[in-house]
Design a protein around this ligand. Sequence first.
Ligand SMILES: Cc1cc2nc3c(=O)[nH]c(=O)nc-3n(C[C@H](O)[C@H](O)[C@H](O)COP(=O)(O)OP(=O)(O)OC[C@H]3O[C@@H](n4cnc5c(N)ncnc54)[C@H](O)[C@@H]3O)c2cc1C
Length: 426
Amino acid sequence: MPDVVVVGGGMAGLVAARDLAAGGLSVTLLEATDRLGGKVARHTVGGLELDAGAESFATRKGTVAALAAELGLEPAIVQPNPAGAWLQPATGAALPLPKTALLGIPGTPLAADVIAVVGMRAALRAQLDELMPSAVAAKERTLGALVRRRMGDGVVDSLVAPVVIGIHSRHPDELDVDVVAPGLRSALRGAGSLAHAVLRLRDAAPAGTAVSGIEGGIYSLVEALAADLRRRGVVIRTGAVVSAVDAGGVTLAGDDGERIDARRVVLAAPLGAETAPSILLTTLVLESAELDAAPRGTGVLVAAGAPGIRAKALTHATAKWPWLAALAGEHRHVVRLSYEARLVDGLAAGALENRAVADASVLLDVPIPPGSVVGFSAVGWAPVPLAPAPIDGVTVVGEGVAGTGLAGVIAHARAQAERLLQGMKP
Ligand SMILES: Cc1cc2nc3c(=O)[nH]c(=O)nc-3n(C[C@H](O)[C@H](O)[C@H](O)COP(=O)(O)OP(=O)(O)OC[C@H]3O[C@@H](n4cnc5c(N)ncnc54)[C@H](O)[C@@H]3O)c2cc1C
């Protein structure tokens, strides 16, 4: 009987299993599919090995970089092109995203780059934030509600929503402030206004960019973790679908309902019914000299209602990551477009490719003739699971409880593994 059974071989499960094994426990990891990594995955498009899910990580608190360093990947950590991203507003042409902002919340509402995106009227409304007592909206639970009350609907709808949806695939009105913007609420109390809180948090952030990448792709982390787990003697079973968990072990789906007992159970997977994909990530590999100039920086976030465009975000991956540009070669470009699956449901693969090419052409403002498409792929991803109901004696990790994003998921999984280790000390 293993000390711990970990259910789910995504980043949360892999990291928890590693820390528990490093703490001296015997660990069995069960993964439903035939590969490890979950939403960190790799695929080959146009002859290039590319990340098929997460492609960067937040540098917040140095969490991911610390793990990468432990795995020997520190030399591979790379910074993105600082050119930054653009925003396609609901009307008019794309504009560079305001420079001084946090999740799109402006630090200087009357800055020219903010006015250009939201308009003068909405910028003036946002400036009213300065005149409000700091307690106003400080107790709002969602990011959307907090920013709406302090800065008005214009800033939320035109700026915060496209940025937040691009990162978290959820509207700011649905997201807990403390999960997506830790420290914002207390900075608001201390700084007196939301704009000043944003500036304070930005000043406190380590120098450099808010995200980093890994040369070779984020998937390198999964490969390194898997190798490390094997070295530490963790038993890894793929194709092991868990149907039920309790404090004393897990039951596998299948006719014989195999039972694996353990002293502790870590749940790092959403149990229950299969969920249809909510996000469709399309990847285009293009041959285009016009894209060499990176006309829209590292990519474009799209505001709801932008006419004729269905993608919600575009990443010009070869403009963002110099290592990828070098790998792709001259005039070769990797462009990722994400879609809400329901908006492109029913499109056959060919029609989806045409859709992605049309959107990329508008968003990047370059013609993309059919002959320039070297490769295309579409991958569907399930929605972020809801936090499961607590099960006595079962430790839950993963994005359902930690929020979307590798930095949060990894920090949370490590903290939970540490707690478990402390609790199991003789
Ligand atoms: C397209 C896309 C792009 C993203 N880009 C970024 C990014 O650039 N930067 C960033 O920080 N984050 C990004 N994210 C978010 C990030 O990838 C996730 O938050 C994170 O990988 C979630 O890890 P997890 O381990 O909690 O869940 P998952 O990766 O979903 O892992 C759960 C695992 O459990 C397994 N499982 C499910 N059910 C069972 C069962 N019954 N029995 C056994 N195993 C089971 C699954 O197969 C899976 O392997 C992106 C997400 C997507 C979808």
